[in-house]
Design a protein around this ligand. Sequence first.
Ligand SMILES: Cc1cc2nc3c(=O)[nH]c(=O)nc-3n(C[C@H](O)[C@H](O)[C@H](O)COP(=O)(O)O)c2cc1C
Length: 180
Amino acid sequence: MKFPPFVHSFPAPAVLIGCGTINHPNIITCSWFGTVCSEPPMVSVSVRKPRFSYHLIHETREFTANLPLRSQIDIIEYCGTKSGRDVDKFKKLGLTAVPCPPLENAPMIAECFLVLACKVTQTLELGSHDIFIAEVVSIHGDEKAILPNGRPDPCPSEQVVYLNGKYWSLTEIQDRVYQK
Ligand SMILES: Cc1cc2nc3c(=O)[nH]c(=O)nc-3n(C[C@H](O)[C@H](O)[C@H](O)COP(=O)(O)O)c2cc1C
């Protein structure tokens, strides 16, 4: 059977995007977030133009990608259903907006265990969404959880992905086996 084209079959990480400024911070939940380059490290996030956050990211050309844990699912849901036009999401959720150096404007969420500081380098207008492509200029992580490779633990089993209107968690299947 042939179906009309769509893109919703893939699990996507639920990320809390911090934007605006320390004095006027906002958070938008985005699951259309991805890795696009390793050198330099770059990510992308797709945002609809009518979102309040769209204009904040567009103006400052900065955002933070705050990785939430499954225990923070209520924050994911709230920031993905309420607009910063109507409510101060940091205040309402009791979250703390802190500076995210070297970014000059976009705040990070102190309560998140891993945060990517992102500087927008390109914006692509695609249709329903625009993609902000950004360089990851620093990473702020929990100093208690550092892996042998010196990187912060991404806590895969605690991360949340979004698919078909539901939240899912990740489970490990096996180590990667690479054969030449
Ligand atoms: C799980 C989830 C994922 C979402 N992903 C996106 C996304 O990738 N891009 C987007 O523009 N909106 C996405 N949204 C919708 C926005 O988060 C939502 O419209 C939000 O209220 C916008 O906030 P703002 O008006 O403060 O910017 C998502 C919502 C949820 C619940």
